[in-house]
Write a protein that binds this ligand. Structure first.
Ligand code: GAR
Length: 208
């Protein structure tokens, strides 16, 4: 089975990186993780190295220099799809247009609500009762590319750590599924995977 070459970009804990790694162990998963890029030393960086991925730490550079090096590394590894997984650096419109339709991001809000930072805080401050995450294509504007998948749940506690953990628990389920579907449909043009899915796990509704 032919597989798309994936690169994960991360700056955080790495739970989504781990979820993609775990999903890719399935022989039917249509992607192979070939390269992890981190812009700082972080748990995700250590995790990627411990999982024996080729891992590049590219930090302390302005965005232009950063992107030149990143582009070279991606090209060297023949990367087909970039998955931003808690990557906290905004990519320039120039880079995004070079990799048009080849960058996915996971963002912790039900977009188009709450693009940008501190989404959990904003949910709690505004007393919002529904929260979730979105996987979307990256375009030139922050957190506003085409939405590929989302989940939502009722906010039942004001505990921000609980909210963050709960978001990640379900992101770790959503992201690999959306990646799988995107590779089959948009990269491999397999129409039979186009079908819209709506599933419920616990009291969380997923749609992708
Ligand atoms: C995730 O919740 C992801 O949605 C968020 O960072 C977290 C990374 O967790 N991404 C953003 O805020 C991007 N704007 P992880 O390091 O455990 O995968």
């Amino acid at each position: 089975m032919s597989k798309a070459n994936l690169s994960v970009f991360a700056s955080g804990i790495g739970s989504n990186l781990l979820a993609i790694h775990n999903a890719s162990k399935d022989k039917y998963f249509p992607g192979k993780l070939q390269l992890v890029i981190c812009n700082k030393i972080c748990p995700a960086y250590e995790l990627a190295k411990s999982l024996n991925y080729e891992t590049k730490l590219i930090s302390d550079l302005n965005i232009e220099k950063f992107e030149v090096i990143v582009h070279q590394e991606l090209t060297k590894k023949k990367i087909d799809l970039i998955c931003l997984a808690g990557f906290m650096r905004v990519l320039s419109p120039k880079f995004v247009s070079k990799w048009k339709n080849k960058i996915l991001n996971i963002h912790p809000s039900i977009l188009p609500l709450f693009p940008g930072l501190n989404t959990h805080k904003k949910i709690l401050l505004n007393g919002i009762k529904i929260h979730g995450s979105t996987v979307h294509l990256v375009n030139e504007k922050l957190d506003s590319g085409k939405i590929l998948g989302q989940f939502a749940f009722a906010v039942k506690s004001n505990d921000i750590d609980f909210l963050i953990d709960n978001i990640k628990k379900y992101e770790n389920l959503l992201y690999p599924e959306v990646i799988k579907k995107y590779i089959w449909t948009f990269l491999f043009k397999e129409d039979k995977f186009l079908k819209y899915k709506r599933i419920q796990i616990d009291d969380v509704v997923f749609s992708y």
